[in-house]
Design a binder for this molecule. Structure first.
Ligand code: PLP
Length: 410
């Protein structure tokens, strides 16, 4: 960062401070990760200087030999990694990828069906404050009140009633395996197209530790920066029959020039995810989440659905006399960073909900394993119990920093 330091000391100081924060805290935000240095370097490369509207071999400006080469690499590796017929690597992020999926598969005003935000769905799955809830006639399914699992019979019932053109499955806060085949059956039964949004779990899907929707969904969307551990970006995969519609939806319908520096970094992330050790990484993410779930259960916490099958867990903290906001603020003071999160059928406000969401992708990238997960849960328990005792939180923070020192950021 020598040039940044010379040109702009203010920005340099901010970046260095954030670097330190990421190194010295335990990051449990389920949607975050640490990319490799190779991915970071490609993100800061000269590819940021190039305009390349269009697709490889069909661009609007000259000088595309190397942008074509890198986009083709990313597309080919994406196809290999996910076994997809067609891959578009141009979406700027997960939300634009979902917007493109709607654009390709239905018209404004059409009925669409997705998981409700309060049950773990994403804003772009039809929530009222989002474009998807404004442009489309959006309907929702949730989870069962007792089990907290998706009730597929209920999804089918709602789908038959609202006759959606598009069904979205996938979530931001659902700790269990998603049965994509059942969603595909329901979509077929009601004549809807199925979009599987695997933003959170794409790394697990790539590694084979979560079932893949690629064979059964019409379109699969994803971010690239969560469990997949790539640069910030978005991704669309589809059957060949939708390839043209998807490509046209991304460009020229919704976006202009692709971010080639991000696409180059994504090509690297795909290469990394194709290595055998990525499978071990993804399996460890899940083992770590399970170890945390067991530790919380042993300490008498209430977990949504009782546990986890993937990289995240939702902990109801109200049984400990706390709230999501109080707990996450106390934990942050202690150097353990997560987010407050609604739990299914939450009676509290989304600004101070009943739960916290905890994810293991980042700590697993640092090499932490089950023993460290149990220690983190012990600190979390102590922080929540002593939310207004700054001395205790400060002491935990010191211990957290020591652990972070033993597991440096790659
Ligand atoms: N889809 C899901 C399931 C997500 O969890 C997210 C982000 O958290 C997105 C889409 C949107 O991704 P982005 O924040 O990159 O727009």
């Amino acid at each position: 960062l020598d040039a940044v330091a010379q040109t702009d000391q203010d920005v340099y100081d901010i970046i260095r401070a954030e670097e330190e924060r990421q190194a010295n805290t335990i990051r449990l935000i389920a949607s975050e990760n640490y990319t490799s240095r190779a991915v970071l370097q490609a993100t800061g490369s000269v590819l940021t200087n190039k305009y390349s509207e269009g697709y490889p071999g069909r661009r609007y400006y000259e000088g595309q030999d190397f942008t074509d080469a890198v986009e083709n690499l990313a597309r080919d590796r994406g196809k290999e990694l996910f076994g997809a017929e067609h891959v578009n690597v141009q979406p700027y992020s997960g939300s634009p990828a979902n917007l493109a999926a709607y654009y390709a598969l239905c018209d404004v005003g059409d009925s669409v069906l997705g998981m409700g935000l309060p049950f773990g769905g994403h804003l772009t799955h039809g929530w009222k404050v989002n474009f998807s809830g404004r442009f489309y006639d959006a309907h929702h399914y949730g989870v069962d009140k007792e089990t907290h699992l998706i009730d597929y019979d209920e999804v089918r019932r709602v789908a038959k009633e609202v006759k959606p053109k598009v069904i979205f499955c996938g979530a931001s806060a659902y700790p269990r395996t998603i049965d994509f085949e059942r969603f595909a059956e329901i979509a077929e039964e009601v004549g809807a197209k199925l979009v599987a949004d695997i933003a959170h779990i794409s790394g697990l899907v790539a590694a084979g530790v979560h079932p893949s929707p690629v064979p059964v969904a019409d379109v699969v969307s994803s971010t690239t920066h969560k469990t997949l551990r790539g640069p910030r970006g978005g991704l669309l995969m589809c059957k060949e029959e939708y390839a043209k519609d998807i490509d046209r939806a991304v460009f020229p319908a919704l976006q202009g020039g692709p971010h080639m520096h991000a696409i180059a970094a994504l090509a690297i992330a795909f290469k990394e995810a194709l290595q055998p050790d990525f499978k071990d990484y993804a399996a460890q993410i899940v083992s770590n989440a399970r170890a945390m779930a067991d530790a919380f259960n042993e300490r008498g916490f209430d977990l949504v659905s009782g546990g986890t099958d993937n990289h995240l867990l939702l902990v109801d903290v109200t049984g400990r006399g706390s709230t999501g906001k109080i707990a996450s603020t106390a934990m942050a003071k202690a150097g353990i960073v997560c987010n407050a999160n609604s739990i299914p059928f939450d009676e509290r406000s989304p600004f101070d909900p009943s739960g916290i969401r905890i994810g293991t992708p980042s700590v697993t990238t640092r090499g932490m394993k089950e023993d460290e997960m149990r220690q983190i849960v012990a600190w979390t328990d102590e922080a929540i119990a002593n939310a207004d005792d700054d001395a205790v939180l400060e002491r935990i923070r010191g211990e957290v920093e020591e652990l972070c020192g033993e597991f440096p950021v790659p």
